[in-house]
Write a protein that binds this ligand. Structure first.
Ligand SMILES: Cc1cc2nc3c(=O)[nH]c(=O)nc-3n(C[C@H](O)[C@H](O)[C@H](O)COP(=O)(O)OP(=O)(O)OC[C@H]3O[C@@H](n4cnc5c(N)ncnc54)[C@H](O)[C@@H]3O)c2cc1C
Length: 386
């Protein structure tokens, strides 16, 4: 790992070993093929059981429910290594762990936890998380048209969700809907229920090695026992997003390392006007900015992990990590692409793939600007969001 300030010394030996093992596994099983999967617009489904074996699915969920019972930094280094290969791989694991297993663990009944979590941890069951709707994701409360009404021992759900990662892979969807009283509730919806349909979003120019879907629910009737009993109000889905954003703060740095290393190696060997371009001040400035942003971002991500394990992490602190680390990685990917010259526009190199992926990462789980406004509200006490 590129690690200018030896931040790895702040990790435990176990966390370091998990990161090394993840890197070995992903370099062997994913790195050689990722450009092909991305170009074909395919998520590598065959890796799901191996992701489970590597502990990528629910690493922080307690062992008694099939999870890894590991620290937040463990989850962080896994996200880092996955996104060093491709944000699509990290997105798959983030959704399964933070947006499906976490809400079931946190807001589910004991029966729901025992029924779903072990299967999700083994990758035998895949989940997705449906919050965003076609009218907009930044203001999910105002834009939530999906409704759930109680009918005896059942709930009936109708509505449309948009941009849902893993939608066409999923056996269950954690769907957020308003009940008759207008309160946001969470439901575990088996995707083979009558009236449920997932339509894959095609022609994406970003996150191509990831499945993105529209979910259409037409009078989907599910047992009332599949409602998450402890989730009440928008703070429940937002708390799940806080978990996932924490992983993104780490994951983006994996992408940053990938593009930095690629640009550095290219710059050291590319000769113009009789010298390697790495010897030029303009190129060095770009490399130094990438390395500096990676170094600061890693310290930030590590500190978020410490606060998270201590139960002291505030959502606005996670906003800082997500916002800044992703934007740093996006800038770095654009600079790396530039250093690579014409070669930088092909999939022979990885930088442009990371650059295009990072456009999604900059937008989803709260856009860059929305996190700016969350931080602005935290700092000033004044709300510029709405
Ligand atoms: C590939 C992909 C995968 C995704 N996966 C999931 C998933 O699994 N589950 C899920 O629920 N969602 C998912 N999303 C949705 C994602 O979270 C939303 O796209 C995101 O929240 C932004 O919502 P929006 O696209 O509707 O944009 P909008 O909310 O319409 O925003 C449009 C623009 O307006 C800006 N804006 C909005 N409000 C303000 C304001 N008050 N002040 C200033 N600017 C503002 C935004 O920053 C943005 O630039 C995914 C998205 C993508 C692209």
């Amino acid at each position: 790992m590129f690690d200018f300030l030896n931040v790895q010394e702040l990790l435990t030996p176990e966390e370091r070993e998990i990161q090394r093992a993840a890197r070995r596994f992903l370099e062997a099983e994913a790195l050689p093929y990722i450009s092909g999967w991305w170009e074909a617009g395919e998520f590598p489904r065959h890796l799901i059981p191996k992701f489970a074996e590597m502990g990528f699915l629910g690493p922080t969920i307690p062992v008694e429910y099939g999870g890894g019972g590991a620290s937040s930094a463990t989850y962080g280094v896994m996200a880092y290594e996955l996104e060093r290969i491709d944000a699509g791989l990290r997105s798959f694991a983030s959704v399964q762990s933070s947006l499906v297993m976490y809400p079931i663990y946190t807001y589910g009944s004991e029966e729901q936890k025992r029924e779903f979590l072990p299967k999700l941890a083994k990758g035998e069951m895949i989940g997705c998380f449906g919050l965003t709707e076609p009218d907009g994701g930044s203001d999910p409360d105002a834009n939530m048209k999906t409704r759930a009404y109680r009918d005896g021992d059942h709930y009936v759900l109708s509505g449309t969700k948009m941009w849902i990662t893993n939608g066409n892979l999923a056996h269950i969807a954690v769907v957020w809907a308003k009940d008759e009283a207008g309160v946001v509730r969470g439901f575990i919806v088996p995707t083979d229920t009558q009236g449920f349909k997932a339509n894959e979003v095609k022609h994406k120019m970003s996150l191509r090695a990831s499945v993105t879907s529209e979910l259409v629910l037409q009078e989907v009737r599910i047992p009332a026992s599949l409602m998450l009993p402890k989730a009440e109000g928008l703070k429940a889905p937002l708390s799940c997003l806080t978990q996932a954003r924490f992983g993104i703060a780490w994951g983006a740095l994996g992408a940053l390392e990938a593009v930095y290393s690629e640009a550095l190696a290219f710059a050291q060997s590319r000769i113009t006007f009789g010298k390697p371009i790495a010897s030029r001040q303009l190129v060095q400035e770009k490399l130094v900015r990438m390395a500096a942003d990676h170094t600061k971002g890693l310290l930030l991500a590590w500190r978020l992990a410490q606060l998270k394990d201590a139960g002291k992490l505030r959502p606005a602190q996670v906003s800082l990590g997500k916002r800044d680390n992703v934007r740093s990685a996006l800038h770095a990917a654009r600079s790396a692409r530039e250093i690579l010259g014409g070669s930088g526009i092909t999939l022979e190199y990885h930088s442009i793939r990371h650059m295009l992926n990072l456009e999604t990462v900059d937008t989803y789980e709260g856009t860059h600007d929305i996190h700016t406004l969350i931080l602005g509200r935290e700092l000033t006490g004044m709300n510029a969001l709405g």
